[in-house]
Design a protein around this ligand. Sequence first.
Ligand code: PLP
Length: 424
Amino acid sequence: MAALPETSTFWQQILDHGIRPMVKNLSDNEVIAMTEKYGTHNYKPLLLNVVQGDGAEVWDGSGTRYLDCIGAYSALAHGHSSKLLAEVIVEQLDHLSVASRAVYTSEVALFMKGLAEYCDLDMVCPMNTGAEAIETCIKLARKWAYTVKGIPDNQAEIIVCEDNFHGRTTTIVGFSSEPGYKEHFGPFTPGFKIIPFGDASALEAAITSNTAALLIEPIQAEGGIIIPPDGYLAKARELCDKHNVLLIWDEVQTGFCRTGKRFAWQHENAKPDLVAVGKPLGGGILPVSAAVGTKAVMEVFSPGDHGSTFGGNPLGAVVALTALAQMEVEDFAGRSRDLGERLMKDLLGLNLSQVKEIRGRGLLIGIEVNEDVDSVKLGKLFLKNGLITKETRHKTFRLTPPIVISESQLDEVVSKIKMSFDQL
Ligand code: PLP
């Protein structure tokens, strides 16, 4: 690494030369060492320093190319370094980036109209991360329960599922069934009831007069790409209607075309009262999320009930609007459906003896390997062969590439997978 000029401090260097020269000067090993020294160890990254991305491809410091099948945990639908989104950002920076919700802005107004219409719902509460969108849904459901449904104060219950993943706040991990997510982080927020995923009878049995809402992922992505039995989503809608319970879909990962439709609830026409969205809404560039819902629910919020300094900012709003426009005009839903079917067919055609099951919908696919497979070794082989993927829970490797991935890149993904299993 080139030494910093003696007279120059770290900060002066940044102001005088910009950050690019410093970024370029760091070797892969220096980046890893610096990250581990100064960052908390709450992730266990692949041993890969990504320096450049384009669409579904990324490169490390030595110029080795990889196909990105994590896609920032489904956030990168539009791919790395989208030129369209970059142009929109540069143009918007000349006008306004963050104004806060203390004032009105046309960008945020247009964003809320566009997103509500895209979701076929009425109103939007903008946030930044998926976890914040979920927290927002929880607050909306509870206030609706007390002020509209008439549940006695502090008695509202929300039904959630085993193996859920809704984010990492203390309230959210409190109703996780994964010990590793919650150990040493209690005490937790009460008011959640955990039932098995995909079991409609358990759902009906869990509903009481104090049930405010049902909060579920239509497909459990982080839980191992678990798809519920046919009819479960529609049944959930029916039971919520029957018992005056709000249906909240967590579409943070499944939403925005990932499963071959705009939203996964559309596979069974199970329209929610509230939906949490995020990830690709920010075009894979900025954190933009929201709770979106019917007027009857969203109207329970009054000034001061909820907020976020950056939630609903003009820069994020124009990025999100452009991201939505690209999804629509370039038919991301059809693309994800067709490419997903092709990938699934090709993977099944490999007849891999080490694989227990391959499951998914659209470009949300999981490869579950047999219990006796050394998945750590397999993960290393994938990386060595130029494929970026990681295990979700239950020995399942995720394939969630950018939706802009090309057919020939998908063919390459399949051959890299075959090569890795052959070498195992
Ligand atoms: N909900 C689901 C279904 C998710 O998959 C995730 C993240 O993976 C979240 C919520 C949390 O989103 P974020 O990491 O943006 O807080």
